[in-house]
Design a protein around this ligand. Sequence first.
Ligand SMILES: [Zn+2]
Length: 184
Amino acid sequence: MTKQAMTHRDAEERRDTLPDDGCPLFSERLEEHLVAASRGETPNRGRFCGDCYTPIGRDTASCPHCGNDTERGRVPVERVPDEITEILRVQRKVESTFVNGFAYLGLLVAVLGGLAIVLGIPYLREHLLAATIVYAAILIVGGRMLAGFLGGYYGDRIGFARARARTVESWQEWVARRSVDAQN
Ligand SMILES: [Zn+2]
């Protein structure tokens, strides 16, 4: 639970400085809106930037996130397209899959590493009680640390990179489809 919360906070911190990859998804405000809408806490209605779908005010002339001009650029929309919601759902799923996967890997390292340590010490091999205590300590402390470290650090970073790549790809497809639709 704590790890999950930490991961999201880290993700939000990074989101303030989104990689300059030409994809304006997702502004913090848009992500907050979509998460709340998916929970039914808020209706998917309002005024959103016609380009990056960041929620904007009634009189906003220029999107604070992507700079889109609401009059001369893409006109604002009243609801975020379902495709955009789906892109966020996939992004978060990829992120959490990596965080959890790496956390389990950390646990596995503690289980096997702990076994190797206990079996590698002759004294422990001959004293079952001592061996059990040492092994339990390695599992509890080491397992927790390794799961947190691998999941929260590597899983978080790799997951973010993979999820981001997928989001950028989906965004490019969406933009291509959007411009074809606009011509028809
Ligand atoms: Zn925008």
